[in-house]
Design a protein around this ligand. Structure first.
Ligand SMILES: Nc1nc2c(ncn2[C@@H]2O[C@H](COP(=O)(O)OP(=O)(O)OP(=O)(O)O)[C@@H](O)[C@H]2O)c(=O)[nH]1
Ligand SMILES: [Mg+2]
Length: 460
């Protein structure tokens, strides 16, 4: 499949200033010579790589001009795919681009699958699998921090980190196997204690990478923050106050919010995905019931819960029920309506919820909101998330492979502690090595590769 020449429209199919059609493969030069008539005649045998040429795309069969274009010639091996690449910069119109595309197809290319250009870059060894994944992450970045992390990944920071660990493992494996296979040679033996010491260092490194995933997820997806509470405590007012706009409907009628509502706000470059929910109570109203169930569902999947109570009223069984539901999650309790006379005592809340932070707020008077943001910042260590120099794992696939690798390393350590023979733990060393190879793509099966690239955009 790597032998044929592929083509795709690499820009969105919409009216735009320019649209780019990209061709990659051995036939790219031959195909373009059939359909491109440059203003200044050029010799196809002496093309200088990475040059841009002005001219017309002409359908030779009907001698019809399709568009006025600029064509870039990029000769292998210094290209995105490591193959010859031609890019036609045409006008960005649906019909123009599709006409040129079908002409290229008729001239001998095949339509590219999603991500196939990047897949070729990977299969031809220009980038590893983690870098290929970074390409997609860059395209889908929702925050500046996410973009930063993905660019670092593309530049190879994860690849380098993993390669270092793999090299370390490989040296140990080679040493052990040489002494098993060639006992007659006098190889400096690594003592079991030395192997153990090495593996403990490896485990620490892997553990560190795994722990970076929590930050990575936040960088990538933001903090999913769900505002919950019984009806009329001021949840929607709080959302509006934080966003500084009248986004949600607020009334003094309990049960105003029927459906959940999402908005983003930023804390130090990290998005907070704020979700206002329907107040939780027992209700016979069918629509409200659906809303209440949805609130409960959202609560379970939240990174953070803002539990709002009305501090000017006594707590009720509804508040108790919610506290029960959220007792295992990251929660900040907001004693709202602090501008009114206080009836709820903090001590009473603490009886129910031991570890939780309590903040007094008034959504009406915009009080306590800075304190709330500060608390969120500290809770998620947002000030500490620095990804410029640090390697952050933010891909679940990478995390899973690291977890499997560390499992195997722990097995090695355990075998050594139990004084097992070397060939026993050599197997676990191998499997740790292979799990790390899943990240870089040296040990990964075709199905996984297929699945990863199928998530790519067309033309990338
Ligand atoms: N005094 C005072 N009133 C508030 C405060 N926050 C909200 N309210 C009032 O409380 C009432 C209910 O506010 P909402 O924001 O709609 O409450 P909710 O929790 O979203 O209610 P549901 O959508 O019904 O679950 C409104 O009349 C608000 O003006 C506050 O901090 N102080
Ligand atoms: Mg509401």
């Amino acid at each position: 499949m790597l032998n044929d020449t592929i083509v795709a429209i690499s820009t969105p199919l919409a009216s735009a200033g320019i649209g780019i059609i990209r061709i990659s493969g051995d036939e790219a030069l031959k195909i373009i010579s059939k359909i491109f008539v440059p203003k200044k005649s050029m010799d196809n045998r002496n093309i200088v790589s990475h040059t841009l040429h002005y001219g017309y795309i002409i359908d030779p069969k009907y001698n019809r001009t399709l568009d006025e274009v600029l064509v870039s010639y990029m000769l292998k091996p210094n290209t995105y795919t490591r193959e010859n690449i031609i890019e036609i910069n045409a006008h960005g119109g649906l019909i123009v681009l599709q006409s040129i595309l079908s002409l290229v197809l008729r001239s001998g290319a095949r339509i590219a699958e999603p991500g196939e250009f990047t897949k070729r870059a990977f299969l031809n060894g220009r980038i590893d699998l983690s870098q290929a994944e970074a390409v997609m992450d860059i395209i889908h970045s929702k925050t500046e921090l996410a973009l930063n992390a993905s660019v670092n990944q593309l530049s190879g920071n994860i690849k380098n980190e993993i390669e270092k660990i793999k090299k370390n493992l490989l040296e140990t494996i080679a040493h052990i196997e040489a002494s098993i296979d060639y006992p007659e040679y006098d190889i400096d033996e690594l003592s079991a204690d030395q192997v153990k010491e090495k593996m403990e260092k490896v485990a620490t490194k892997i553990k560190y990478l795994i722990s970076s995933y929590d930050n990575g997820k936040i960088i990538r997806e933001g903090i999913k923050t769900v505002i919950v509470g019984k009806p009329n405590v001021g949840k929607s007012s709080l959302l509006n106050a934080l966003l500084k706009e009248q986004r949600a409907i607020v009334t003094d009628i309990p049960g105003t919010t029927r459906d959940s509502l999402e908005e983003y706000m930023n804390i130090h470059g990290i998005p907070l995905k704020l979700i206002d929910t329907a107040g939780i109570r027992l209700t016979e109203d069918i629509i409200e019931k659906i809303g209440v169930n949805r609130s409960k569902e959202l609560m379970l999947n939240a990174d953070l819960i803002l539990f709002v109570i009305d501090s000017s009223e006594c707590l009720t069984t509804e508040d108790d029920e919610i506290m029960e539901l959220i007792s295992n999650q990251k929660v900040i309790i907001l004693m709202n309506k602090s501008d009114l006379n206080k009836k709820v005592k903090k001590e009473h809340l603490k009886e129910h919820l031991r570890e939780m932070t309590i903040i007094e707020t008034s959504a009406l008077k915009f009080e306590g909101l800075d304190q709330l943001q500060e608390q969120i910042k500290n809770m998620f260590m947002i000030g500490n998330i620095q990804i410029d120099n640090e390697t952050v794992i933010h891909n679940i696939r990478h995390k899973q492979s690291l977890e499997k690798a560390i499992e195997s390393i722990y097995n090695v350590i355990e075998s050594i502690d139990n004084r097992m023979p070397e060939d026993c733990y050599a197997i676990d060393l191998h499997s740790a090595y292979e799990h790390l190879g899943e990240i870089t793509g040296d040990h990964v099966n075709d199905d996984i590769i297929k699945q990863i690239f199928s998530q790519f955009c067309l033309g990338k």
